[in-house]
Write a protein that binds this ligand. Structure first.
Ligand SMILES: Nc1ncnc(-c2cnn(Cc3cccc(F)c3)c2)c1Cl
Length: 288
């Protein structure tokens, strides 16, 4: 896509995700530019039109969380290098160290919802993790559970795998580190979010390793694209669908698309309500 290349020299486009673009630096030491677009995806489709400001809002959220999670090595490049970020994408880009990424989506669930609820009804377990009987949709789990997935090549579905399978993929030491880091970060993020009236229901982390062997938290972190956020007050009063993430879009799609062919365009009010929800989440969490 012609408009993918940056006008600022020194960057080569390397990856297109559904809603993000990756570029490799041709001049700096091994650095990667992660650019978030305003595109929104649901049900494995990129939807039209884009959500104005989404890329910037989710980038600000990631950066805020990286700061909150001090002590956890991450992939952000040193701040003094950030002046090299192309101005054309600066508000929605992160300059990061190039890592060797682990092929594991480190999913942590603190609540039962989405595909987890469907699976629980059939097997009283989620991704092979047995759960107590009698849980209802949206219930908080007794303890957060780690339910990894194998990171399929872009465009394919990630595949839920057992912890034992992650050991086969990355070895016992790294598999244990990814699990323990994911659960620890989820615990800290949940506490920070709940102190601000927001429930972190579930999220997905990705990690990589640098040339010195340091395991670093990578990719986007705790954004409304990689996580489910709910309003704690609404949840407490029994409203289990007041979510801060893409639920507005998902619900509209479910009501207006039979899942075949190209999805319909989102109406203007859905676009605006979704943009407002993203702004509200960032304001509630970061205060900005
Ligand atoms: N620090 C890093 N070093 C090397 N590679 C990555 C890396 C690779 N893939 N992804 C996910 C992705 C795919 C498509 C577009 C995106 F913006 C992001 C992130 C990272 Cl974060």
């Amino acid at each position: 896509m012609a408009d993918i290349e940056l006008t600022t020299p020194g960057w080569t486009h390397t990856y297109s995700g559904k809603v993000r673009e990756l570029y490799a630096s041709t001049v700096l030491p091994p650095r990667v530019l992660m650019v978030a677009t305003d595109r929104v995806s649901a049900f494995d489709h990129v939807l039209e039109p884009a959500i104005p400001g989404k890329g910037e809002l989710l980038t600000r959220l990631s950066l805020w969380w990286f700061d909150q999670l001090e002590g956890m090595p991450n992939h952000l490049a040193p701040r003094e290098e950030w002046s090299s970020i192309p101005p054309e994408v600066a508000s929605r880009a992160m300059l990061v160290r190039e890592l060797t990424m682990y092929p594991i989506e480190c999913v942590v669930r603190g609540y039962l919802s989405g595909s987890g609820w469907v699976e629980y009804q059939e097997s009283q377990s989620v991704c092979g993790v047995p759960l107590p009987a009698g849980l209802r949709d949206g219930d908080r789990l007794p303890e957060p559970i780690y339910t990894p997935a194998w990171k399929a090549p872009l465009g394919q579905h990630d595949e839920n795998i057992s912890y034992e399978r992650t050991v086969e993929l990355v070895g016992e030491t790294v598999a244990a580190a990814l699990r323990d880091l994911s659960l620890a970060i989820f615990g800290r993020a949940s506490t920070i979010a709940e102190a601000r009236g927001v429930i972190l229901a579930d999220t997905k982390f990705e990690f990589g390793v640098d040339d010195d062997g340091v395991v670093r938290l990578a990719d986007e972190v705790l954004t409304s694209d990689s996580s489910r956020y709910w309003d704690a007050a609404a949840y407490a009063s029994g409203n289990r669908i007041a979510s801060f993430d893409k639920q507005i879009v998902r619900d509209w799609m479910k009501a207006n698309w039979d899942g075949t062919g190209e999805p319909p365009a989102l109406p203007a009010d859905i676009v605006e309500r979704t943009a407002a929800r993203y702004r509200e989440l960032i304001a509630t969490l970061t205060g900005a």
